[in-house]
Design a protein around this ligand. Sequence first.
Ligand SMILES: O=P(O)(O)OC[C@H]1O[C@](O)(CO)[C@@H](O)[C@@H]1O
Length: 448
Amino acid sequence: MTAIQFDSFGLAPFIKKEEYEELKPQLAFAQELLFEKKGAGSAYTDWVDWASTFDPTEEEKIQRRAQKVQGQSKVLVVIGIGGSYLGGKMALDFLKSPWYNDLASDSETKVYFAGNQLSAMALRQLLRVIGDQDFSVNVISKSGQTTEAALAFRFFKEALIKRYGKEKASERIIATTDAKQGTLRAETTAAGYDNLVVPNGIGGRFSVLTAVGLLPLAVAGVDIHALLAGAAKAEQYYASKELSQNPALLYAASRRILYDKGYTTEILANWEPSLQYFGEWWKQLMGESEGKNQKGIYPSSANYSTDLHSFGQYIQEGRRNLFETVVRINQVAEDLAVPKMAENGDGLAYLEGKTLDEVNQTAADGVVLAHIDGGVPNMAVRVAKQDEASLGELIYFFEMAVAISGYLFAINPFNQPGVEAYKTAMFALLGKPGYESQSKAYRDRLQK
Ligand SMILES: O=P(O)(O)OC[C@H]1O[C@](O)(CO)[C@@H](O)[C@@H]1O
């Protein structure tokens, strides 16, 4: 049985059945491009059967590294950005808790993330949070030369060396990077760090089920075997050529039909704070895959009911180019009965006998109806529960959908050429060797 269900009830007023029929040849073509590795970027599609073909010795290696970290440290600092950060953070929050570090018992290793921005304040504060706790570092960079991650690594190397001395510091570092290329690989080889490999055929944003996401998760006690097993099962479900049998295909088709009608912004909404970073992970997956050649759906996210009291007004009555995909959890791991009170001063006696999750689910139902009435097409992805098997499937569902979607847009869903523009400007302004010729032009524009 699948762990997720796709609910298209909220699309009925916006999409006619015939519109799906018309799209079927294009969907079949997109699937052919992906599965037969004939499409643009096909060298980066190894994620398609990654989980089902996962090498057990790689899993053992990850577990051994995780056990070593657990044995030596109270804290693991995971350094990385984009796909080398968001998958691990998203899965940790989803499977454990956004407050995992606060709730961790003495025998558990806390996991903090660094190198996902360039903030001096954030770095200093994280160093203070670690304080005198023993710590290890997992530096993750597929390319091995991303500035944010490399710079944060330099600071943490300094902190490790100060604390443990040069030799012992190296024993607390695990590098997850390309097998052969990049400055991080070269440094790893020279310094003899423990290391894991980011597979060549899987791009950063598709890498959560590789060592990139799996090591930090294993350190936090997540069952990585079950996570992979969930994704492996999903490979069968979401390969179906039959639109009515394949929710990932239906989701991709629905997004495309909506886009053609002018619904160019998608909101991925959730009703659980532990899914906030699911939205962040999803935004990279969708935005970096689709946003090319002046095309693509703009990915945004919302955390309900919090955001109903901030930009909920816009969703209900603002410009009508929005559609919404809501990730809903059928069975929450922890619930609370609304307390019974002798007095009804707060006017909430009508909720007695219900649980807080029942109120939350009812609010979610109400919002669907309100948003449909406000002209916002609505889809729901219903997840059985927040466990490893469900998350493995959920990850694969969105990866498959965006690959199909990218081919429907006739773009390469697996590259990210546009990200280089900011890097070029930043390097030229910082004076990185090799960027001298562009430096003056950028400085003149900023009048610096
Ligand atoms: O793992 P790396 O190579 O450090 O890259 C981090 C992120 O940076 C990007 O390459 C964009 O610059 C993303 O695609 C990637 O997820």
